[in-house]
Design a protein around this ligand. Sequence first.
Ligand code: ADP
Length: 309
Amino acid sequence: MEEIKIFAPASVANVSCGFDVLGFCLDPVGDEMIIRKIETPGVKISKIVGQKLPFEIKKNVAGVAAEAMLAACPLKFGFEIEIHKKIKAGSGIGSSAASAAGAVFGINQLLGKPFSAHDLIQFAMEGEGLASGSPHADNVAPVLLGGFTLVRSMNPVDVIKLPCPSELKAIILHPKIELKTMHAREILKKNVSLKKAVTQWGNLAAFISALYTEDFDLMSRSLVDEIVEPMRSLLIPEFEKLKTAAVEAGALGFGISGSGPSVYALANGIQDTNAIADSLSSSINQVGIDFEIHISAINNQGIKVISCK
Ligand code: ADP
């Protein structure tokens, strides 16, 4: 195989009670990437379509992730990468994760899969380190493994793929406002009270149990974030109004996607999904903010091969 074209999906990290550890993979929303073998060793980015992002390897998450992988398996040939960007960088749905995971997934395929999907997380995380200051796996893990994932530990990397009911759907609303990830980080308090921590880990454990038992009521009761959402929601216009609109239209839960500004809702079945999307659209229309809305299945496969030659 000399060349591969892949679909690198968007993802939702944090998921209310799962700050920094829980994530899930989206379906129709994502980038395409083409990766091909070249004679010169190393990595180069030959084309970026759809957005202005750096071509320099050390400044593009795809380059950093690919170099981390090639450092683990030095080769006499190299790879060039084309990125066809559909996910807007900084929207909160894992734009950098799609590129970092896409690069290592594509190269691994071209090499005949010497690494497992779990192994690739470590390399993709290095790319994420460039985008957010420190390597993290809560977006790249669901992109590489599919479905919902839990990052139990970063050092050593220990990621668990969780089951997901097929009826579960997601609605993503991206209010087109600028929200700097750095600011969303700075606003967080460094300490958490024991009372809040107990509530949060109770909710996270219950949510994971609900994924296993397909208990949608329990899922709904446990999609609560007492620690991060109270601070970060202040950066998202009309957050409470949007949450009420989603919940009244039948959402199981509603929260911030990644560090925002995108927000997500989860729903049981397509009927509720459409009603929630309508309700969110009319609420945000009333405040006159430009937005995009996506309805998505939970992508249980994760990153996909489109074609190869
Ligand atoms: P979000 O998760 O909110 O969609 P990210 O955290 O993924 O956004 O990070 C976007 C940042 O990463 C931007 O500063 C962008 O310039 C940088 N970046 C570098 N390479 C890429 C890439 N290939 N794709 C997307 N963002 C990239």
